[in-house]
Design a protein around this ligand. Structure first.
Ligand code: DX5
Ligand code: ZN
Length: 217
């Protein structure tokens, strides 16, 4: 699939989300961070807002659910128009069943791991996932510092994917910038979320392309 850049709208202007997404036509996906004030200490938006955003753009939506009781809510986001739905394994009672439900609803199924959650226990379910998200900050807020301590886990996840011959994409999210993206790519990530790096740039669309070039270097 190659390198994909997935800007997060968390640091965009929430009063003008349609226009904010239209500013970055080079994005491969738009990353929407759903937070519930339980799983993370921050609150964003829910399926109604996501559905309106999906209708406003042709760029596919990549929902990142930082919410409790993922088993109950994740399929709703496929119905809301998200082409990819990521749930946190720490918030899912039955991750295999949930991944299958997301796929059955027509979405790409993805599972996220917080920085301290190991990947090895999930080795045998990688084939159930279209994407694995390794958080490179503690989830909850944009603009945090990239955690280098996650790099060895990115390498181990890539090795497990190679070992099992799966097509699962490997996404990183948190503190990804021109400064840190090469390290992630070198470790084996192929899908990159960037929030503040894109929306604090003078030209957000040019930043999307600059990140893609840096990751491919
Ligand atoms: C953090 C979110 C990220 C966030 C990334 O909990 O999951 O998607 O928007 O923002 P930056 O790129 O600024 O770390
Ligand atoms: Zn995210």
């Amino acid at each position: 699939m190659g390198i994909q850049i997935t800007p997060s709208i968390l640091n965009a202007d929430f009063a003008a989300l349609g226009a904010e997404v239209a500013r970055i036509p080079s994005a491969d996906w738009i990353h929407v961070d759903v937070m519930d004030n339980h799983f993370v200490p921050n609150l964003t938006f829910g399926p109604t807002m996501v559905e309106a955003l999906a209708r406003s753009t042709d760029t596919p939506l990549d929902a990142h659910l930082m919410i409790a009781d993922a088993d109950r809510h994740a399929p709703t986001y496929v119905e809301a128009g998200c082409a990819s739905v990521t749930f946190h394994v720490e918030a899912a009672a039955a991750p295999v069943r949930l991944a299958r439900e997301i796929r059955a609803a027509g979405g790409r199924a993805s599972m996220a791991l917080k920085p301290a959650t190991p990947v090895e226990p999930y080795e045998d379910m990688l084939g159930e996932l279209d994407m694995l998200l390794l958080m490179t900050v503690e989830p909850g807020f944009g603009g945090q510092k990239f955690l280098d301590l996650v790099l060895p886990k990115i390498r181990r996840a890539r090795a497990l994917m190679d070992k099992h011959g799966v097509e699962t994409w490997l996404q990183v999210d948190g503190g990804v910038s021109l400064e840190t993206i090469e390290r992630c790519a070198e470790a084996g990530a192929d899908t990159f979320v960037a929030g503040s790096a894109v929306y604090s740039a003078d030209d957000p669309d040019a930043m999307v392309n600059a990140l893609r070039e840096r990751a491919a270097a």
